[in-house]
Design a protein around this ligand. Structure first.
Ligand SMILES: [Zn+2]
Length: 122
């Protein structure tokens, strides 16, 4: 049993301008958010790794009906390929498209204290 990446540690890292993920010891999967087990093979030995803070937009969408607790509307979110991991984040500034290069630009936090990374075009 290894030290799993906790949500608190992940959040602290995002606030610190870093991204942490988990690298599966049993398969090649890397996850971009804290997970108790590998989503691919179910192994529980996920090693905490630093993810790159620059990546490429895998897919994006604009949120017009946000989750409860978020007032803002019409903001863009993107799933970003960061090395081997994928991570959902908010997009700052200009709208990005699939395949665009983006970099971590900060974070956003909702009323429940849930932290999400923000990305912007580079
Ligand atoms: Zn695995």
């Amino acid at each position: 049993m290894s030290d799993g990446l906790t949500h608190a540690a992940w959040t602290d890292a995002v606030r610190d301008g870093r991204l942490l993920g988990g690298s599966c010891g049993q398969c090649d999967t890397t996850v971009g958010t804290p997970k108790a087990a590998c989503p691919h093979c179910g192994a529980r030995d996920l090693e905490t790794v630093d993810l790159p803070t620059e990546g490429v937009v895998y897919t994006e969408t604009t949120i017009n009906v946000p989750p409860e607790g978020i007032e803002e509307r019409g903001y863009q979110v993107a799933i970003v390929d960061l090395g081997d991991a994928r991570l959902l984040g908010r997009v700052d500034g200009e709208t990005v498209g699939v395949g665009d290069d983006v970099a971590l630009s900060g974070y956003t936090e909702d009323e429940q204290g849930y932290t999400a990374p923000r990305f912007e075009a580079v």
